[in-house]
Write a protein that binds this ligand. Structure first.
Ligand SMILES: Cc1ncc(COP(=O)(O)O)c(C=O)c1O
Length: 380
């Protein structure tokens, strides 16, 4: 029997029709018709107060945000240690020193109360990650950023369609980034987007995405030839992938509804078992609308977590731990210290977390089987 996967991209009907349309358009490279319509649709879905530029990945959108910051040697960026490498790497690649922040033990998001002590005269920006699509405490974070005149970049890889109070995630900071990697709710294989809430950043962002040229203006017939005008790289998404993305964005209600049902079933059916066994379920504050990106459990310790993952694996179910702390990673430890653990909550959570299978095409039968196996797990 095939193992129940931990994650699968949403497989929709008619995917190939969109690919065929892209070829029929005669524009398969970047910045074509599907790129434009996807960007407009995403702007509308995010409430219209932003500009969206599709990119080859979230990592590249983060790099674009780093270039837009005009970093100077010695500039510092505050990043949670509990995140994907790219949230830190993109800024390191463009000359920044990384300053790691610890997370809250309940939402696993950057702990807003621990940011201010990390700010120095060299700090330029705070990167926040809405872990599992549950918002960081954006009111406090934007207040700190205003006070110290810092940029806030929302790494919104998990947070598309999430909300903090009445604001859509991805539109609260000055810039935000999306991932359309196959593991995300909305995907096109590999892809991403840069979201700008400051309109004055848009013109330069377009140039950075097009290898440092003003080619986008040329495509709009605003100039008669294009040339090299700034820094940049090849960050444009192929229109073939944008066509697949357009179909996914258009199907987002259906995708989100299904993921919500799976998430809520786990949450309800595992409730008693969790409280009986000192296993913690995800915490979603009342003022946050989450994205149903992930269903995770926090085990009492590493031994129980390891045993649980291998028990599920033996029973045909893939479950997974998550990020390794960046502040103790081989490369990241240059920004840390050996003497004390600068992010103890991160270290602790990394040992205890397990993510359960959750994907759009997961059948009810498989979901109930996973729940049945979990509740039969013997901690002894
Ligand atoms: C929080 C976060 N940021 C960035 C990324 C990188 O996304 P991409 O693969 O689109 O570059 C990921 C990938 O999983 C992520 O989880």
């Amino acid at each position: 029997m095939q193992k129940i996967p931990f994650s699968r991209p949403a497989i929709l009907d008619n995917n190939l029709q969109y690919v065929a349309k892209s070829f029929a358009n005669g524009w398969t490279a970047g910045n074509g018709p599907f790129t434009k319509t996807s960007e407009l649709l995403l702007e509308e879905q995010l409430g219209g107060r932003c500009n969206v530029l599709l990119t080859t990945s979230c990592t590249h959108a983060l790099e674009m945000s780093a270039i837009l910051l005009n970093l100077l040697p010695g500039d510092e960026i505050i990043v949670p240690s509990y995140t994907f490498v790219s949230s830190a790497l993109a800024f390191y690649m463009h000359g920044a020193k990384i300053v790691f922040a610890d997370i809250r033990p309940n939402t696993l998001n950057i702990d807003e109360s621990k940011i201010e002590v990390l700010i120095t005269k060299n700090t330029r920006a705070i990167v926040v990650v809405h872990y599992a699509g549950v918002a960081c405490e954006m009111k406090s974070i934007m207040h700190i950023a205003d006070q110290y005149q810092l940029y806030v970049i929302e790494d919104n890889a998990h947070g598309l369609y999430g909300q903090y109070q009445d604001r859509k995630l991805g539109t609260i900071g000055h810039m935000a980034t999306q991932s359309f990697h196959e593991t995300k709710n909305i995907s096109c294989g590999e892809g991403g987007a840069l979201i700008l809430t400051k309109p004055d950043l848009y013109e330069r962002a377009e140039i950075i995405r097009e290898k440092g040229t003003n080619r986008s203006r040329f495509f709009r017939d605003e100039i008669d030839k294009y040339t090299w005008v700034d820094k940049g790289s090849s960050y444009v998404l192929s229109d073939i992938l944008a066509a697949i993305l357009y179909h996914q964005l258009n199907s987002s209600e259906k995708i989100q509804k299904k993921r919500k049902t799976i998430w809520e079933t786990y949450n309800k059916e595992l409730n008693n078992w969790c409280s009986d066994n000192k296993v913690t379920q995800p915490y979603v504050p009342k003022h946050c609308d989450q994205t149903y990106h992930m269903y995770y459990l926090l085990f009492p310790d590493l031994i129980a977590r390891t045993k649980f993952i291998s028990y599920l694996s033996d029973n045909g179910i893939s479950a997974s731990f998550h990020y390794q702390p960046l502040h103790t990673s081989d490369f990241g430890k240059q920004f840390s210290t050996d003497e004390i653990d600068i992010c103890p909550i991160t270290t602790n959570i990394c040992d205890r977390i397990v993510r359960l299978p959750l994907y759009y095409n997961m059948s009810e039968k498989k979901l109930l089987f996973v729940i049945k196996m979990i509740t039969a797990f013997n901690f002894k």
